[in-house]
Each structure stands twice: as structure tokens, then as C-alpha cells.
Design a protein around this ligand. Structure first.
Ligand SMILES: Cc1ncc(COP(=O)(O)O)c(C=O)c1O
Ligand SMILES: [Zn+2]
Length: 418
């Protein structure tokens, strides 16, 4: 039977109980399955013949009634073989799993399709989240699709414009707080505890993370049922690395893959409590009061899923690294110019992390690496305007354009023959 359980004390809760932490000890919850039951269900299912998408993995998801699924056609994103970039970096084989190809332009859609479906199953009418931008864009879209009210709390002036525009156009009630993401998260938690009619869809809600496991399943399926040696991804609130690890271990448990990847989390230097803990060999994080980075999506000082993330990194024999804003922006440009993939700064941190870890000898050149790029570059065009060389401007005359481009004028035919 599907149920929820505490990751620390193991206390069990019913699948339909609405709670965001363990009532006994306060720790995080996770969704649990009976994998024998799942295996039987999979044997009778045609899932392997379905196209790649989150809902190809319906039999893995904690959803009861298919007719209630709220979908915008999420998942099925490209796993791009990036040989040109691999050559530039010195590694042999590199893939980029480009989550910007999702309906609202980020991996959050994988979680929201499941989370909002759960909200509908539970007959909730209002959903809420705190967000650095992408979560609010995604929740607002899925809430619109489901006909639910949506409230989002965001740090004022600290989210990328494209994301704010998304939440606005999808009709969410947007509250900008004069504070940071960590404060916004605390407030939505309190609000949804106090006003039980409001359903919280941050990654503290274990159902949302269940959808994000599909990211791991897809990578294995795209690699012909093999796990890569290593997965590198940006880490903010740390839900995604936890969800992906759960996904890989499940495929392994079910005999669908025969090895597991090393989970490697990358954080921006000014917002890196998990990477710092890993570097110190500590199992506890020290939250950061004033996190800072241009990668606003991962500008988080007190990641809620830190314990799950540290477990994932430890169990998988992975690691964590920090990268500077400069390294992030350089990686963003490098990926765009060598592979034609435009990702937002937070996403580029996975490439910057690979570069740094490879150069310091912590990643072997023979490893098959998958970098996850979590969000589309168009979400944050401002940063490109600030850092890129400006376009040229000339008069609308052929001669001016030729001069600018350094094109020599063809020699007239009469002069050649004469
Ligand atoms: C583009 C992008 N990358 C990475 C992350 C971090 O994901 P997580 O909070 O699950 O660690 C986020 C979270 O908002 C994001 O929007
Ligand atoms: Zn507990």
C-alpha cells in the first residue's frame, strides 16, 4: 500500500493525510511503495511502449485515478549528446538533459503535474508555494489547467523577469515579500498549517517530488536502460537531487538498471550550505542567512531537503562543489555557443561544476556524465543583456554592413578583363 513515512523516525501516515512534516519528530516525509506490488503492476502494463513523458511512468506514481491527471505534456525532454562541449572540457562523453524543454520551461513541471493532480484528488481548491521563480511559474500554469486558485510568495526584486511574467499571465495571486526565499517558505508553511484549505506545493510536499523521479527514469531509458556514471545538477532547496536519487534507486531495485550513478550537486558559492557540509565531511548543514548569487533560482540559504540530499550524495558516493557567479556565466555562454542550448544561470552551474571537478581531478575523463540543465535561458534574459557584447548598429546601407563585416568589395569585371 502506498503511504507516507518520516525519513527520520519512520512513523507512517496514510497516503491521503495532508501533512508537510512528521507529527512525531518534525522531520521530512517521503512516499513509500510496496515494490513487489509495483513490479506486478509493471508486468501487466504497456508502459515500455509509451512515448517518453512523466506519465509513461504512471504505474510508478502515487496517483489513483487516471482521469484526474492534470497534464500539460511534461517530460520527454532531450538528452543531448554534447561532443563539442565535451571536447572543450576534456571529458570523453557528456550528455545534457535539458529540462528547459518542459511546458513552462523548467523541471518543476514534472513535480507539479503529480502535485496538482494530488491536490485535485484531495478536492483542494487553493494551492500555494514560495518560489525563486520557476516553482511559481509551474504551479500557476498547472493550477490554471486544473481550475484551482493559486497563491505564490516570492522574494521581491529577486526573481528573473520571465518567471514573474509567467506567474502573472497564468493568473496567480502574487505576493512579493520584502525578504528572501527562505523567509517566504517559512511563511507559506505556516499559512498552510493554519489554513488547512490551502494546499502547499513546495518540495516539502512529498507528492511533488514523486513526479521529479521521472527525470531519473527518463535518463536511464534514453541511455537504453543504463545509468550514467555520474549525474551533475544544480542544488537549491535540494528536492530535485533527492527525487532523482530515489528514482535511480527504484529502477535499480526493480532490476531495470544494474548500476547507480554518483549524484553530484552544484551550488553557487554565495548559497552553498550543502556543498560546504559535504566538503567538511559533515552530516549537518549550517544555514546561510543572506544567500547571494546571480543564479537566483538557487539563491537559498536553508534548503529544506538538505538531509535527503546529503543522504543521496553519501549513498551514491557522489560529491558536491561550489562555483562562482563568473564561472556560472562562462559556462552558460560555453554551452550556448558549443551546443546551441540556452539555459538559465542556475542550470549552467552544472556545467561549471563539471569543469571545476574535472580540472581538479575529481571526475575521471572516462566517466559517462549527464549534466541536468534545469531551466530555460529565456526565463532570465536580463542577465544576458548585462553581460554580453552589444549588437552592432549601422545605417541601412550595404556598404556600411560590408565594412562592418570586413567584406571586401568584388573587383568589377571590366577591370579584371581589361
Ligand atoms: C532552474 C533551477 N535549477 C535548480 C533549482 C534547484 O532545485 P532544488 O530546489 O530542487 O534543489 C531550481 C529551484 O528553484 C531552479 O529553478
Ligand atoms: Zn518522525
Amino acid at each position: 500500500m502506498i503511504h507516507q513515512a518520516c525519513i527520520a523516525c519512520g512513523e507512517k501516515y496514510g497516503a491521503d493525510e495532508i501533512l508537510y512534516s512528521c507529527r512525531r519528530c518534525g522531520d521530512l516525509l517521503e512516499v513509500k511503495y510496496d515494490y513487489d506490488v509495483m513490479e506486478e503492476k509493471l508486468k501487466k502494463s504497456d508502459w515500455q511502449s509509451l512515448p517518453l513523458s512523466v506519465w509513461r511512468y504512471k504505474d510508478f506514481m502515487p496517483i489513483k485515478v487516471s482521469s484526474k491527471i492534470v497534464s500539460l505534456n511534461e517530460g520527454g525532454t532531450g538528452l543531448h549528446s554534447c561532443q563539442r562541449l565535451a571536447n572543450l572540457l576534456g571529458v570523453k562523453q557528456l550528455y545534457v538533459k535539458n529540462e528547459g524543454e518542459n511546458p513552462t520551461g523548467s523541471f518543476k513541471d514534472r513535480g507539479m503535474t503529480v502535485g496538482v493532480t494530488k491536490a485535485v484528488e484531495l478536492n483542494m481548491e487553493t494551492v500555494i508555494c514560495a518560489s525563486t521563480g520557476n516553482t511559481s511559474a509551474s504551479l500557476a500554469a498547472y493550477a490554471a489547467k486544473a481550475g484551482l486558485q493559486c497563491i505564490v510568495l516570492i522574494p521581491s526584486g529577486k526573481i528573473a523577469y520571465g518567471k514573474l511574467a509567467q506567474a502573472m499571465v497564468y493568473g496567480a495571486k502574487i505576493v512579493q515579500i520584502r525578504g528572501n526565499f527562505d523567509q517566504a517558505l517559512k511563511m507559506v508553511l505556516e499559512l498552510s498549517e493554519k489554513h488547512r484549505e490551502i494546499y502547499l506545493l513546495n518540495s516539502i510536499n512529498p507528492y511533488r517530488l514523486e513526479g521529479q523521479r521521472s527525470l531519473a527514469y527518463e535518463i536511464c531509458d534514453q541511455l537504453n536502460r543504463e545509468a550514467p556514471d555520474r549525474v551533475i545538477l544544480p542544488v537549491g532547496n535540494a528536492g530535485n537531487i533527492s527525487a532523482m536519487w530515489k528514482g535511480f534507486t527504484e529502477f535499480h531495485k526493480l532490476g531495470l538498471i544494474n548500476k547507480l550513478p554518483k549524484m553530484t550537486g552544484i551550488q553557487a558559492e554565495g548559497a552553498a550550505p550543502i556543498a560546504q557540509a559535504i566538503k567538511k565531511g559533515s552530516n549537518e548543514i549550517v544555514p546561510i542567512d543572506q544567500p547571494e548569487t546571480i543564479a537566483t533560482a538557487i539563491r537559498i540559504g536553508a534548503p529544506v531537503s538538505w538531509k535527503k540530499a546529503i543522504r543521496a550524495i553519501g549513498e551514491s558516493k557522489g560529491t558536491a562543489e561550489t562555483v562562482t557567479d563568473e564561472e556560472i556565466l562562462e559556462a552558460q555562454k560555453m554551452l550556448a555557443r558549443s551546443e546551441g542550448l540556452f539555459v538559465e544561470p542556475a542550470s549552467a552551474s552544472s556545467i561549471a561544476g563539471l569543469k571545476k571537478l574535472f580540472e581538479s581531478g575529481k571526475i575521471d575523463e572516462d566517466e559517462v556524465v549527464v549534466c541536468v540543465t534545469t531551466g530555460h535561458g529565456l526565463k532570465d534574459p536580463d542577465i544576458i543583456m548585462k553581460i554580453s557584447e552589444k549588437p552592432f548598429e549601422v545605417d541601412a546601407e550595404m556598404v556600411s554592413i560590408e565594412k562592418l563585416l570586413g567584406l571586401t568589395l568584388p573587383i568589377p569585371a571590366t577591370m579584371v578583363s581589361g
